[in-house]
Write a new protein. Structure first.
Length: 305
């Protein structure tokens, strides 16, 4: 029997020395990294004390177009649970189109320090590219189970650091919204899939991909696909190819919800179908339309099935 409830979040060589940044900052990196990367996941053993006993709450989403220090190095330490630093370097260099330092042979401290320098110098969106590359590398070299464990660690890291992203199997890193957004989108996709409304479910998936593009999201595309999900769901139900407003009148939407849907369609069309340099949607606009469209799709399917 052991008192070790989870693996150590850090495996640090006693020589805490970084030739570029100096001792102090390198030690600070690992201290902040310990806080950021001690997340519960199957890859890191049992859940931590605060989460086991219900003391931890979900932090708010603080950023999307950023990759703070804690997230960068938390990702590296999560990868180090499954790979050697030499393998991590290989993956990072492949993603960043960089050349590894041929003079660095020793795993610690040389290759480790090189990995840290590479991830620190990367643009914010490249950090997420690296994470996607790492999960693919782990799956290819260590198998799906360990890739799933790494993905769980990364998702815990995203939540704990306030990143508005999530890593999904088969989709990569996509936008993470608040609890209501995630519930609406997740349930809509499940309902549409179970009803065999594949086109509508695919439109929601594409809306998520567009709103998650890096470095700049395709907000107009996200709105367009969210409307496509709503329109195709209504046509699945009605069997008609008529315009949206006419189709909605045939699927049994009660008043005054039918009027609300018509207004949502008109509002969204201003962004999704009528593109103008002076009429550019915001991230909040796109998120709202994806959220509402998902909720309405699930409602329509639920009413029929």
């Amino acid at each position: 029997m052991s008192y070790a409830l989870h693996k150590p979040a850090l495996r640090v060589h006693p020589r805490l020395y970084c030739p570029r940044f100096g001792v102090g900052l390198f030690v600070h990196w690992h201290i902040s990294l310990f806080i950021a990367s001690c997340a519960d996941s199957r890859g890191a053993g049992l859940r931590m004390f605060s989460k086991r006993h219900g003391f931890a709450s979900t932090p708010p989403i603080l950023f999307r177009h950023d990759a703070p220090e804690g997230l960068r190095f938390g990702a590296i330490q999560a990868a180090y649970d499954h790979l050697k630093y030499d393998q991590i370097r290989t993956c990072i260099c492949r993603v960043l189109r960089a050349s590894p330092d041929r003079e660095n042979w020793s795993e610690i401290p040389n290759i480790r320090d090189e990995v840290m320098r590479l991830i620190e110098a990367a643009e914010w969106y490249q950090v997420y590219d690296v994470i996607e590359g790492l999960v693919e590398f782990i799956e290819g070299t260590r198998g799906y189970d360990l890739a799933e464990q790494f993905a769980a660690q990364i998702n815990d890291l995203f939540v704990d650091t306030g990143a508005g992203w999530q890593l999904r199997a088969g989709e990569g890193i996509v936008l993470r919204g608040d609890a209501e957004f995630e519930e609406a989108v997740g349930r809509a996709r499940t309902s549409l899939s179970q009803a065999n409304y594949g086109v509508a479910e695919g439109e929601i998936r594409e809306a998520l991909h567009d709103i998650s593009r890096r470095p700049e999201p395709d907000l107009t595309g996200a709105i367009h696909h969210a409307l496509g999900a709503l329109e195709s769901t209504a046509r699945y139900l009605s069997g008609s190819e008529k315009p949206f407003n006419e189709v909605m009148a045939t699927v049994g939407v009660p008043k005054p919800l039918d009027s609300a849907l018509s207004k949502l369609w008109g509002y969204s069309s201003n962004f999704g179908r009528h593109v103008s340099p002076t009429n550019v949607p915001s991230l909040n606009d796109a998120t709202l339309v994806v959220h509402l469209s998902s909720a309405i799709c699930r409602y329509l399917v639920g009413e029929r099935h």
